[in-house]
Design a binder for this molecule. Structure first.
Ligand code: HEM
Length: 283
């Protein structure tokens, strides 16, 4: 038991917490070197529905619960007493918040797993995405992607596997007094390590969903993206949406809607999306 604790505190925790700093360093480096993938925005050029209300609600509750879990978990892992005193009335109250948020995270993780499992299945064209690193490291030309690209599919499986593991170890830790001390130490070591890995992964995911790909965060707000965004980021999915009878596309703005907008902003957007890597902004 002593060995598990010592390995946990002296070796594993420092390594995995370094992971979080490493991810922050890497995304900063990536942003500095490649910048955001900007897609030309044209007012009124049409929009495509990407996430339903249910998908957005599940993602939102998963995000909020994860943020609380990460905060309270880090406070516990590193004994940040001042943060605990500032934000919570007692350690017991903080643990309660951790457990209730764990339940929300567990339920939304299971729902997300079910909802997106079909979109997360790998297709032949995902190999091309991988070879081109999704265009994130300077590869030029169209990068094939279905509703989710290969990177998002990997992230789905990452959150599914590690999400399930953290939920199972969390449930066992709630009933920890049933177990021997050595089992409790092992469980909490696994729980903590997975938490650090998940936090590092979610930081990279949040970077890609916001500053690295401007316009993407809107998926979480009203569920729509511009047609240009869809054509550029998910060309195979866009083709399916256009062909599908169940398509949900907001067409170009009517004259009344565009009234008052500057002339150059209301023209139809027929242009092929510009590849950020070819553009001047990248330099
Ligand atoms: C600040 C935190 C977060 C931000 C800004 C964020 C942002 C986003 C965005 C913009 C999308 C839509 C991507 C698209 O339509 O192409 C998305 C999808 C998704 N998010 Fe998040 N998210 C966050 C936290 C989380 C957390 C905590 C989880 C689960 C642990 C998660 C799991 C997913 C999954 C599985 C998808 C679908 C696949 C993918 O796009 O990778 N997200 N997120």
């Amino acid at each position: 038991m002593f060995e598990i604790n010592a390995i946990h505190q002296k070796i594993l925790s420092p390594i995995v917490s370094f992971l979080i700093i490493f991810v922050i360093f890497m995304v900063t480096l990536h942003y500095h070197r490649f910048g955001p993938k900007r897609i030309p925005f044209v007012y009124g050029s049409g929009e495509v529905k990407r996430f339903s209300f249910l998908e957005r609600a599940i993602h939102l509750f998963r995000l909020i619960s994860f943020a609380f879990l990460a905060l309270t978990g880090l406070i516990m892992a590193f004994n940040w007493h001042s943060w605990q005193n500032l934000l919570f009335a007692s350690p017991k109250q903080m643990l309660d918040v951790h457990i209730y948020m764990g339940i929300v995270f567990g339920v939304t993780t299971l729902m997300g797993m079910g909802l997106w499992s079909k979109d997360a299945l790998f297709k032949a064209y995902d190999k091309v995405w991988m070879k081109m690193s999704g265009g994130y490291l300077g590869a030029k030309g169209e990068v094939p992607a279905g509703r989710f690209n290969a990177g998002q599919k990997m992230f789905y499986w990452f959150t599914t596997i590690f999400g399930l593991l953290i939920i199972i170890t969390g449930i066992l830790l709630i009933i920890k007094y049933q177990f021997q001390l050595s089992t409790i130490c092992l469980l909490s070591t696994i729980h903590n390590l997975i938490a650090f890995i998940l936090i590092a992964g979610v930081l990279a995911h949040a970077y890609l969903g916001t500053i690295a790909n401007p316009g993407t965060w809107r998926v979480l707000v009203d569920g729509y993206v511009t047609k240009t965004w869809a054509k550029h980021h998910h060309p195979n999915w866009y083709q399916e949406v256009v062909k599908s009878k169940k398509q949900d596309i907001r067409e170009e703005m009517s004259e009344a809607q565009t009234e008052g907008l500057p002339e150059e902003k209301i023209k139809e957007d027929d242009t092929e999306p510009e590849n950020k890597d070819d553009s001047e902004d990248n330099k």
